[in-house]
Write a protein that binds this ligand. Structure first.
Ligand code: GLU
Length: 415
């Protein structure tokens, strides 16, 4: 088993080495500022009581309040969340947002819980982490298996405890209660704006480019839809059960509808579509491969068999550093997670400032600001990678790590 925290540390240390970073900054950034583990007792529908493990981890708040999602997943553990929190620090620093990096989660399979159980779990978890979150402390958001309803329960629980409505405590809320337009599609749209820019830089053309998307959820469906719209052909998709492959192209809209109705690909019936293992789908030949599931999917075990031009990382941490070396040697361009999928946290930031100002933007403004901030970060990363002949990931890390280190230096060590 690859430990994501070790992966995150290796990425940080590699960047620190190139930057010749002072030991104090390295040490500071290797550690989490705060890690909270809580147990969450809830009454199940059958009257019994179950206890779940929950966590909220803040990697860095040196540039502003912590920011990052809450995931509900059976494999959630401290080391996974430490890595994810660190990656959030880099994402917000890369976009120059006045925010830090955090992450949280509950070790649970939400599919096994009823809606009522999920609500009680979310509310009790919110109370358990109440003292370490808040609009100027740490602002959670949705992540794997959580959504706008989860955020609505968190915001309500927090507000009830404080005796007043505080929408800015979480982002990714429904628009009716202080959510932002465009937040639900933001991560996928961000991926799209970035790949569009990259394709332009490389003098390529979307027309009839083949696409494979691993993970067909909140992020994967949006990018598949957007790329199809500009002429790409989606030839492979997968969910947590299985992969679907058709060289001549899949019916993306039908598959999106199938997933929206709660279907699993293992039950998808269509004679012209081949069912394959959801890891094997990664090694099928295509132009753009989009891992949009979870971490450690592209490793040194399968990197050699990856057969695409570009990898666009929709998930956090899908590629390990060992795999990166192999992909670089094969001249596969990897658009790193901390840049590629940062549209989500960017619109979260817009939501947060809209909440604080109690003034809401229309969709045009959201799209305009999203593209402006994201593409500025992309240009910075792209130019650095060209100037220094380094990968986009290394360039993104150099910018994010030095941005954060500068903040540590300016603030100094207390006391
Ligand atoms: N969970 C998302 C991510 O990994 C969004 C975090 C946020 O909006 O704060 O970037």
């Amino acid at each position: 088993m690859i430990n994501p925290y070790e992966v995150a540390l290796r990425q940080l240390n590699d960047a620190a080495e190139i930057l010749d970073l002072e030991l104090f900054f390295r040490k500071k950034l290797q550690h989490m500022e705060r890690s909270l583990a809580v147990s969450i007792p809830i009454r199940m529908d059958d009257g019994s009581v179950e206890i779940f493990e929950g966590y909220r981890i803040q990697h860095s708040t040196v540039r502003g309040p912590g920011k990052g999602g809450i995931r509900y997943d059976e494999n959630v553990n401290m080391d996974e969340l430490k890595a994810l929190a660190m990656w959030m620090t880099w994402k917000t620093a890369l976009l120059k947002l006045p925010l830090g990096g955090a992450k949280g989660g509950i070790c649970v399979n939400p599919k096994k819980l009823s809606q009522g159980e999920l609500e009680r779990l979310t509310r009790r978890f919110t109370v358990e982490i109440l003292n370490v979150i808040g609009p100027d402390i740490d602002i959670p958001a949705p992540d794997v298996n959580t959504n706008s309803q989860t955020m609505a329960w968190m915001m309500d629980t927090y507000s009830m405890q404080k005796g007043r409505t505080i929408p800015g405590v979480v982002t990714g809320k429904p628009v009716e209660i202080g959510g932002s337009l465009g937040r639900d599609r933001a991560t996928g749209m961000g991926l799209f704006y970035i790949i569009q820019k990259l394709v332009e830089k490389l003098n390529l053309n979307f027309n009839s480019m083949s696409i494979i998307v691993q993970g067909f959820g909140k992020v994967g469906t949006v990018i598949a839809e957007e790329l199809e719209e500009v002429g790409c052909k989606v030839i492979g998709v997968s969910d947590s059960t299985i992969g679907l492959y058709r060289e001549a192209g899949l019916n993306t809209q039908e598959l999106i509808a199938f997933k929206k109705n709660g279907g699993s690909f293992v039950n998808y019936d269509n004679d012209s579509v081949q069912k394959i293992d959801n890891r094997e789908i990664l090694t099928k030949r295509c132009d753009i491969l989009i891992p949009a599931a979870k971490e450690n999917e592209i490793t040194k075990e399968n990197a050699d068999q990856i057969d695409c031009k570009i990898i666009l990382e929709g998930a956090n941490g899908p590629t390990t550093p060992n795999a990166d070396e192999i992909l670089n040697a094969k001249n596969i361009i990897v658009v790193p997670d901390i840049l590629a999928n940062s549209g989500g946290v960017l619109v979260s930031y817009f939501e947060y400032i809209q909440d604080i100002n109690a003034y809401f933007w229309d969709m045009d403004r959201i799209n305009e600001e999203l593209q402006k901030v994201l593409l500025k970060a992309f240009e910075e990363v792209y130019h650095l990678s060209q100037d220094k002949s380094i990968s986009l990931r290394t360039a993104a890390y150099l910018i994010a790590v030095s941005e954060t280190s500068k903040a540590i230096q300016l603030r100094g060590l207390y006391p």
